[in-house]
Ligand binder design. Structure first.
Ligand code: NAD
Length: 259
């Protein structure tokens, strides 16, 4: 097993990509903190891990609330005795053209993706620095490197996550802590299913055209990225054995982005 005995905190692990990563980590022998604002979703992920013979703790965490983030992170480290991996994954999507984008919705997207990743990092590195080791994994997106219309908040936030990870690669180096970003293309999760009718409406095209042209048009093969593609990339980054791999972003996107 690639992550035997390691303790990992995954945010947004009550659904989609976060759940897939939590399950893949548990399969590789990790002990999981399953954090989500959706506590029923987090509990369901824990149930799935436990029924497969793993160990996990459901954590009620809104990543924008520093007190909750710190408390939940400390609770996890206390329960399992250490913290080796953070996967800052929680996220939402809101799409509008800039001229119609309500400022409070813009702030909310940036707050969850970017401030949330910062707060989770701040809470996690206290444990990692004390132990002299750790792996920070940020859920970026192809939109950490590319731009699409209607996604000003998301693209700005995901570019910001890349910057945060690069700073953490430098700050963490003296403490044995690595920082990397996974940049998936479109993965069919609730976050993406919700966008298909919204984009069709805003762009004045059919839902099939949104999928074929907007979401998959720039891939090399017209395929969605899968949950397992992203989860296995996270396993690889979490288990990488030296500090050589830090400050990087990995596009898992069927060639949509090649940066
Ligand atoms: P999802 O909607 O299935 O899951 C997101 C999870 O985050 C949900 O369980 C939700 O409750 C949780 N969450 C939302 N706000 C939160 C908060 N304030 N505090 C804690 N948890 C919160 O979406 P997903 O597709 O699995 O997305 C996960 C991550 O992957 C996001 O960062 C997203 O931007 C990124 N991503 C997704 C895709 C894709 O195509 N699905 C592509 C690239 C990147």
């Amino acid at each position: 097993m690639k992550l035997e005995g390691q303790v990992a905190l995954v945010t947004g692990a009550g659904s989609g990509i976060g759940r897939a990563i939590a399950l893949a980590f548990a399969h590789e022998g990790a002990l999981l903190g399953v954090a989500d604002v959706d506590t029923a979703g987090a509990q369901e992920t824990v149930r799935q891990i436990e029924s497969a013979g793993g160990q996990a703790l459901a954590l009620d965490m809104d990543v924008t609330d520093e007190g909750k983030v710190t408390d939940a992170t400390d609770r996890l480290a206390e329960r399992f005795g250490r913290l080796d991996v953070l996967v800052a994954n929680a996220g939402i999507q809101i799409v509008h053209p800039v001229e119609d984008f309500p400022a409070d919705e813009f702030r909310r997207v940036v707050d969850i993706h970017l401030t949330g990743a910062f707060l989770c990092t701040k809470a996690a590195v206290r444990h990692m620095y004390a132990a002299g080791r750790g792996s920070l994994i940020y859920m970026g997106s192809v939109h950490s490197h590319e731009a699409s219309p209607l996604k000003s908040a998301y693209v700005a936030a995901k570019h910001g996550v890349l910057g945060l990870a690069r700073v953490m690669a430098k700050e963490g180096a003296d403490h044995g802590v690595r920082a990397n970003v996974i940049c998936p293309g479109f993965v069919k999760t609730p976050l993406v299913e919700k966008q298909i009718p919204e984009q069709a409406r805003d762009l004045g095209i059919s839902e099939e055209e949104v999928v074929r042209n907007v979401m998959l048009g720039r891939t090399v093969d017209g395929e969605f990225t899968t949950l397992d593609d992203v989860a296995q990339t996270a396993v690889f980054l979490a288990g990488f054995g030296s500090n050589a791999l830090t400050g990087q972003s990995i596009n898992v996107s069927h060639g949509w982005s090649m940066k």
